[in-house]
Design a protein around this ligand. Structure first.
Ligand code: ZN
Length: 163
């Protein structure tokens, strides 16, 4: 893959941080039904998971993940980042770390801020929720609004400070 977008998600899993997600991926525990036009490999996989203290990379950014829109452009051209929501964790720290990682990846791959998108951005054909409410805590009424624009501002803040 030659990444042109960065897709931001949240796990909606309240019992695991980045390390547990990493181990689950490594064990092959995150299965998804493989079907034509749907999941292509039978597993979920994405590039990075971020929590309050860590950012873990699971796969090279030169390979396509299965995190966004099946065989659509979200999977074909984007780096997938999952934010953890473990109960008791510091969500603010997780979001700031995610914004920093996103800025570094923009710089590294020449990706503009307008191509940093929420999972919501990518239509998921063949599902009953065409535009997923993800990352749900950065959406307003299920779609990008004020909170998403705030997050874009945080990404830009870190991007402007990179050498
Ligand atoms: Zn998502």
């Amino acid at each position: 893959m030659n990444p042109r977008y960065i897709t931001i998600h949240s796990t909606q899993n309240y019992s695991a941080g980045a390390e547990k997600h990493s181990l689950a991926l490594k064990r092959g525990a995150l299965r998804a039904p493989k079907r034509p036009g749907g999941n292509r490999i039978g597993y979920l996989i994405w590039h990075f998971t971020v929590d309050q203290g860590l950012a873990i990379q699971h796969m090279p950014t030169s390979e396509q993940g299965e995190h966004a829109d099946f065989d659509g452009p979200g999977n074909r051209y984007s780096i997938g980042i999952e934010m953890c929501e473990e109960s008791g964790s510091n969500k603010q720290a997780t979001v700031e770390r995610t914004a920093k990682l996103t800025a570094i990846l923009m710089k590294k791959h020449g990706i503009p801020l307008k191509n940093v998108v929420p999972h919501y951005h990518w239509p998921r054909r063949g599902t009953n929720m065409l535009h997923k409410n993800c990352p749900h805590f950065l959406m307003d009424g299920g779609k990008p609004g004020k909170k998403w624009r705030w997050f874009q501002g945080r990404v830009n803040y870190y991007y402007q400070r990179l050498e």
